[in-house]
Each structure stands twice: as C-alpha cells, then as structure tokens.
Design a protein around this ligand. Structure first.
Ligand SMILES: Cc1cc2nc3c(=O)[nH]c(=O)nc-3n(C[C@H](O)[C@H](O)[C@H](O)COP(=O)(O)OP(=O)(O)OC[C@H]3O[C@@H](n4cnc5c(N)ncnc54)[C@H](O)[C@@H]3O)c2cc1C
Length: 226
C-alpha cells in the first residue's frame, strides 16, 4: 500500500537565527511549494524554539560510572524515558514522509544547532541500531530527505576546480553519514549560492527557482511513491 494514501507529511527542520534572513524566506518558499503540492507541512524552527543542541548526560536516567550515550539512547527508547522534547521531535520525524533540513552553510557544514538536533533526535534504537539496522535496514528506510541551503560562496566556487571544490563533496557527510545512515533516500539538494551578493530582483527570482525546484521534487516523490 502507498505510504501516501493520506496527504504526505513534510517535516522542515530550519536553522537560522534571523527571521528576516534569506534562508528563512527560502524555507517559507519551500513550505509554500510543498503545501501547494498537497503536503501537510510541519515546520520545526530550532532557533525560534530555543532548541538545546548539546547531548548531555543529564537528559538520561542517572548512570553510575561510564556514561555511554548510544547505550542510554537504546535504553531510553525501550523504557519510554527519552527526554520529552526529544521524544516529541522524534515522533515528528517518524511521522514525516519527507525531511527537509534548511540551513545556511556554516564552515562547509551544518550550523551547530542543527548538528545538535541530529545528535539528540537521531537516537540509536529509535531510527537506527537496536531493533533496526543501518542504511536500507534502518527505521527511516523508504522515506525521503533533502537539504535546502544558502551559501556565502558563489556557484562557481563550488564547481570542480573552483576555489572551494564540488558542493557534493561537502554534503557527503550529511547525505551518507546522517541521512542515508538512518535509511533516508536522499534527494538532490536545493542550493541558493551567495544570496547576500544578489540584487533584490535576483533574490526574488532565486526564491521563485526554489519554489519551482521544490515543487518538482514534491511531484516526483508523489509519482514514485504513490
Ligand atoms: C559561522 C559562519 C560560517 C560560514 N561558513 C561558510 C562556508 O563554509 N561556506 C560558505 O559558502 N559560506 C559560509 N558562511 C556564509 C553563509 O553561508 C551565508 O552568509 C549565508 O548562507 C547567507 O544566507 P542568509 O540567509 O544568512 O543571508 P542574509 O544575509 O540573511 O540575506 C541575504 C539578503 O537577502 C535579503 N532577503 C531576506 N529575505 C528576502 C526576501 N524574502 N526576498 C528578497 N531578499 C530577501 C536580506 O535582507 C539580505 O539582504 C558562513 C557564515 C557564518 C556566520
């Protein structure tokens, strides 16, 4: 039976500290495109929600001696003692057919607040490991994920032979090491290069392009899944 018998759900996890940023406008444009394509859209705005990104011993039941985070994650999933906020986010993640991670590229990677969301919510025993395997045997197998990014660098600088090198090289640790690792099928990223150096007109056009790309992706996902 199709996963999408009902309206599909997209979870957008957004990580930008400024509500007036281009990244936030891009996230809003993507959300609109997904709603227009028939998705139920759940937005998790990490800065607005003051998400605490640090995986800490204190969020787990007291442990005598050596604290092993992944063993405690498995135990907390089994015992139903996961931190309530983490459990709420995990439930939203498990309910989503499509995960969108929306962020400005910082140090050629994710902002720390979003990395900390992965650290705390992609729990062992919940999305991989424990009763689940890895990659195609992980808990999120069959679901889709995509990155929605802004950069400071130009498109040319992220080409092979460019000043930084291929964008795919920088995204590999997220695509393979975080998303595919827990079972997601990874979709092409949507990237706006250097919005701060664009004119207002170019930025408006870039937002239209984001909407068009996300609409195409949303339609492709619906066509291939059901
Ligand atoms: C710690 C750190 C590390 C970084 N590392 C890297 C790196 O490794 N590689 C790299 O390439 N870059 C890097 N950068 C740069 C960063 O990626 C860019 O500054 C960021 O992606 C730009 O997006 P923004 O949303 O923050 O832009 P903003 O500066 O918020 O927005 C750009 C412009 O768009 C305007 N705007 C907002 N909304 C709209 C709208 N609706 N319509 C039209 N215009 C609008 C804004 O007013 C602004 O003038 C780094 C930045 C930081 C802070």
């Amino acid at each position: 039976m199709s996963t999408f018998a009902a309206a599909p759900t997209a979870l957008i996890v957004h990580a930008h500290p400024e509500p007036q940023s281009f990244s936030t406008a891009q996230m809003t444009a993507a959300a609109e495109a997904l709603r227009d394509a028939g998705y139920r859209v759940d937005v998790l705005d990490l800065y607005a929600d003051a998400w605490a990104p640090v995986l800490a011993r204190e969020e787990y039941a007291p442990v005598e001696g050596h604290f092993k985070p992944q063993a405690e994650q498995i135990r907390a999933v089994k015992d139903g003692t996961l931190d309530a906020t983490v459990k709420g986010h995990l439930d939203r993640l498990l309910a989503a057919d499509l995960l969108v991670l929306s962020f400005p590229m910082w140090w050629f990677s994710l902002p720390a607040i979003l990395k900390g969301w992965i650290d705390r919510v992609f729990v062992m025993g919940g999305v991989f490991g424990g009763d689940h395997g890895l990659f195609d045997d992980a808990a999120l197998a069959g679901k889709r994920a995509m990155l929605l990014i802004t950069t400071g660098g130009s498109s040319e600088s992220f080409q092979p032979g460019g000043a930084f090198g291929p964008m795919d090289d920088f995204l590999f640790h997220i695509h393979r090491g975080m998303l595919q690792f827990v079972g997601f099928q990874v979709l092409d990223p949507v990237v706006t290069y250097g919005p701060a150096r664009m004119t207002d007109q170019e930025r408006a056009a870039a937002l239209d392009e984001v909407k068009a790309s996300v609409a195409l992706t949303a339609a492709d996902v619906r066509a291939t899944v059901g």
